[in-house]
Design a protein around this ligand. Sequence first.
Ligand code: HEM
Length: 137
Amino acid sequence: MPSPELTALLYPLLRPAHIGLVGLSVAGYAARALGVFFGQAWPLAPAVRRASSLIDTALLAAGASLWWLLQLNPLGPDTWLGVKLVLLVLYIGLGTLGLKRAPTRVARAGFALAALACVGFMVSVAVTHHPLGLFAP
Ligand code: HEM
């Protein structure tokens, strides 16, 4: 259990770091998906893949640290976090299909758009702290 002093110190650092990394990660994914759509080789180059994994690992680490710091329970009452974690798995799956696993260019574009819609909804779930996000009544 983190002390109130530790929470007061780390929360103002971790929250903007998490949000900034979300921005970097999503912008990077969108740029790579566009590159793949236009037949470029750079989106799957080892250096680009490594940079992307590094950003995603830092994003998840900041998220997990916030989770611990705020002592949230994704199974309730903080079900918005539970929904975000389930959607994260979906985002990763759609994201991989959109960049390389889907067989055709059009299918990859469709999965990439679905991945971006999924992550957009995750942002709305996070901001509203509601499992239905932008669809909350
Ligand atoms: C692509 C994945 C993710 C996206 C798009 C995302 C998005 C966001 C955004 C936009 C916020 C700020 C919400 C606000 O304005 O208060 C936020 C906060 C947060 N996120 Fe994430 N997040 C992601 C992954 C994760 C993961 C994997 C975890 C946990 C392991 C996590 C845990 C948290 C927590 C605990 C907060 C703090 C909420 C608060 O300040 O009350 N996030 N997230």
